[in-house]
Write a protein that binds this ligand. Structure first.
Ligand code: CAA
Length: 261
C-alpha cells in the first residue's frame, strides 16, 4: 500500500476509489507536493481494472482553500514560467474514469477550479464556492475564468472573478455549477458520491469512459465537430457489446435478440 503525506486513499466499495485531500492545517491548500500525490493516486485508480469511478473529497471545513498562497507568493514570473507552475494540474484530464467531487466547506480559488475539473460535483449544504484571487491582487490560474464561463455564463463568472464573493451550495446548484445539494449531516456528501460512483462502476467501463470523453468534448469542440465525434464513438461502441456478449459470462446485461447467446 502506497503511503502519502497529503492525501488519504481508500476503497469504500471494491469498485470505488476514494481520495481525500488531507492537509487540514492548511485547509487543503493545493501545494505542488499535494498535487503530485493526487496525480499519482488518480493514475493508480485509473490503471486498476477493479475500479470503475473515483470520488475526490476534502474535509468538512474545506474541500480546498485554493492553491498554496505561501508557495506562490514569492515566485517571480521567470520561476513560474520555467517550472510550468500549476502545469501538472492538467494530468487530471488524462484520467479516463469518472471523477466525482464531493464538496463540503470552502472550495475557493484553486479548490473551486479543482472541483470544476472533475466530471460531477455534489455539494454539501456547507459548501462555499468562489474565486477570491482578486482579493490577493491576482487572477484565477487553474482554469476558473474559462470553466466557470462555460458552466455559469459570463455575467455570473465576471461577478465571482471581479468581486471575489463566495457563493453558497444553493446558489451553485441554482446556477448549474453542481449536480445537487445533498442532505445535511457529516459525511453525507461523500456517502452520496460513493453511491453514485458505485452505480457508474456497475456499467460497461468502456461505455462509461467513452461517454465521459464525448461529454467533455462538448467543452472543447464546436457543435458540428462534437456531434461528428459523438457519432463516431457511438458507432465504435457497439463493437465491444458484441465482444462481451460472446464472452461468457457477459459483464453487461444481454440485449434482447442480439448476438449469439
Ligand atoms: N494557501 C495556503 N495556506 C492557506 C490557504 C491557502 N490558499 N488557505 C488557508 N490557509 C491556511 C492559513 O494560512 C492558516 O494557516 P496558519 O494557521 O498557519 O496561519 C490555515 O490555513 C487556516 O486558515 P484561516 O486561519 O485563515 O481559517 P479561517 O477559517 O479563518 O478562514 C478562509 C478560512 C476564509 C478559507 C481563509 O483561510 C482564506 O481566505 N484562505 C485563502 C483563500 C484564497 O485566497 N484562495 C485562493 C488562493 S490563490 C489560487 O487558488 C490561485 C489559483 O487560481 C490557482
Amino acid at each position: 500500500l502506497m503511503s502519502y503525506n497529503y492525501i488519504l486513499v481508500a476503497k469504500p466499495e471494491p469498485s470505488v476509489s476514494l481520495i481525500t485531500l488531507n492537509r487540514p492545517k492548511a485547509l487543503n491548500a493545493l501545494s505542488s507536493p499535494l498535487f503530485e500525490e493526487l496525480n499519482k493516486a488518480l493514475k493508480d485508480a485509473d490503471d486498476d481494472d477493479a475500479i470503475g469511478a473515483i470520488v475526490l473529497t476534502g474535509s468538512e471545513k474545506a474541500f480546498a482553500a485554493g492553491a498554496d498562497i505561501k508557495e506562490m507568493q514569492n515566485k517571480t514570473y521567470a520561476d513560474a514560467f520555467k517550472t510550468r507552475f500549476l502545469g501538472d494540474w492538467a494530468q487530471l484530464f488524462t484520467i479516463r474514469k469518472p471523477i466525482i467531487a464531493a464538496v463540503s466547506g470552502y472550495a475557493l480559488g484553486g479548490g473551486c477550479e479543482l472541483a470544476l475539473m472533475c466530471d460531477i460535483i455534489l455539494a454539501s449544504p456547507t459548501a462555499k464556492f468562489g474565486q477570491p484571487e482578486i482579493n490577493l491582487g491576482v487572477i484565477p490560474g487553474g482554469g476558473g475564468s474559462q470553466r466557470l464561463a462555460h458552466v455559469i455564463g459570463k455575467s455570473r463568472t465576471m461577478e465571482l472573478v471581479l468581486t471575489g464573493r463566495n457563493i453558497s451550495a444553493q446558489e451553485a446548484a441554482a446556477w448549474g455549477m453542481v449536480s445537487r445539494v445533498v442532505g445535511e449531516g457529516e459525511g453525507e456528501v461523500v456517502r452520496e458520491a460513493v453511491e453514485m460512483a458505485k452505480v457508474i462502476s456497475s456499467k460497461s467501463q468502456i461505455a462509461i469512459q467513452a461517454a465521459k470523453e464525448v461529454v467533455n468534448a462538448a467543452y472543447e469542440l464546436n457543435l458540428a465537430e462534437g456531434l461528428r465525434f459523438e457519432r463516431r464513438i457511438f458507432h465504435g461502441s457497439w463493437d465491444h457489446v458484441f465482444a462481451e456478449l460472446k464472452s461468457s459470462p457477459p459483464s453487461i446485461p444481454a440485449l434482447p435478440g442480439v448476438g449469439p447467446r
